[in-house]
Design a binder for this molecule. Structure first.
Ligand SMILES: [Zn+2]
Length: 323
């Protein structure tokens, strides 16, 4: 479905069948010489068809269109190489570009999540079904790297890049100061909450995310154009809700650990999730993966705060306890 949001700004709902996200919001901004498309959907036929239809319907030529990708996930970056022509720029960020091309991610991820209690019996199946494995094109793309404060002008709009790490390390939003529009990618969503995930290492993505929410609170925003679901008029209200959501999550993690030492997979099984499922056993496979990563992000946050401690047992399994 294509909808005009503002003069020359169109939202294209790119369907994600079978995915709880339902659709990616791709935005097309028509300019005088060049157009700008923000985010693309996954590398799958339903998404390609939606974009091809939109280009046709909006009478937009791919060779006069540049791309801005908010972050590395397959539902945003997946069709960049399909849309981009050799005259298109693909604006992206350095940390996410480095992550994509570093290599070895699946070895790292499977080892990290296995050590945190994810059952061996379903591990390979989860990796094979991971959207990044199935729907992301990893061929080397000629990115034009942008960072904090960099500008993109399209038509009458002049956007400024805002670094908002948390959902991914390099996530970028775009802010239009005159119209007070924020293109938020997966940093701020309504109806659903962005997945904040941690597997291993020295990072603290939940702390980064909360700091990025505070940062955006300082911007004067009349309309948020998010990467999924509906547009948001009251940005600060939603930021407060997202902060409250993570406070509640932290309390769930602490309540789970009050039962004694346990691994992140077990903690995830005790948290409340907005997924239709009778219990943890019937929880969808991929959602178990994302839930474990999200539980770990909260455990890591509490560990850095000194509230929670981790211990690695003789079998190389990590368990968390209250300090
Ligand atoms: Zn994402």
């Amino acid at each position: 479905m294509i909808k005009q949001i503002l003069p020359e700004i169109f939202r294209i709902e790119v369907p994600l069948p079978g995915n709880p996200l339902k659709a990616t919001n791709s935005y097309l901004i028509k300019g005088r010489d060049r157009n700008l498309m923000i985010d693309t959907g996954m590398n799958r036929s339903e998404c390609k068809a939606a974009l091809e239809y939109a280009f046709c319907k909006l009478e937009v030529e791919p060779k006069r269109t540049d791309l801005f990708i908010t972050h590395l996930h397959a539902d945003h970056l997946g069709l960049a190489s399909f849309i981009a022509t050799d005259t298109s720029k693909i604006y992206f960020n350095e940390p996410d570009a480095t992550s994509i091309y570093r290599g070895g991610f699946w070895d790292f991820a499977s080892e990290a999540i296995r050590k945190n209690g994810f059952p061996e019996t379903i591990l390979q199946q989860a990796i094979d079904n991971h959207p990044a494995k199935r729907y992301l094109v990893v061929e080397k793309l000629p990115f034009t790297i942008l960072g904090e404060g960099d500008k993109i002008t399209v038509g009458n709009y002049r956007f400024t890049c805002v670094e908002t790490p948390g959902h991914t390390h390099g996530h970028l939003c775009l802010y239009e100061e005159d119209e007070k529009i924020l293109i938020s990618g997966d940093h701020i969503l309504d109806d659903i909450t962005p997945n904040i995930s941690y597997l291993d290492g020295t990072e603290n993505p939940l702390a980064d995310y909360l700091a990025s929410l505070e940062k955006i609170k300082g911007y004067d925003v009349d309309l948020v154009l998010p990467g999924h679901r509906r547009l948001i008029e009251d940005c600060r209200r939603r930021i407060e809700e997202l902060k409250q959501h993570h406070r509640a999550r932290i309390n769930e993690v602490l309540a789970a650990l009050a039962d004694g030492p346990q691994n992140a997979y077990k903690v995830a099984s005790k948290m409340k999730w907005d997924i239709v499922s009778d219990d943890w056993d019937t929880f969808p496979l991929m959602q178990k993966w994302f839930a474990t990563g999200e539980a770990l992000a909260h455990l890591r946050y509490l560990e850095v705060k000194g509230v929670v401690k981790r211990k690695t047992d003789a079998g190389d399994q990590i368990v968390f306890t209250l300090s």
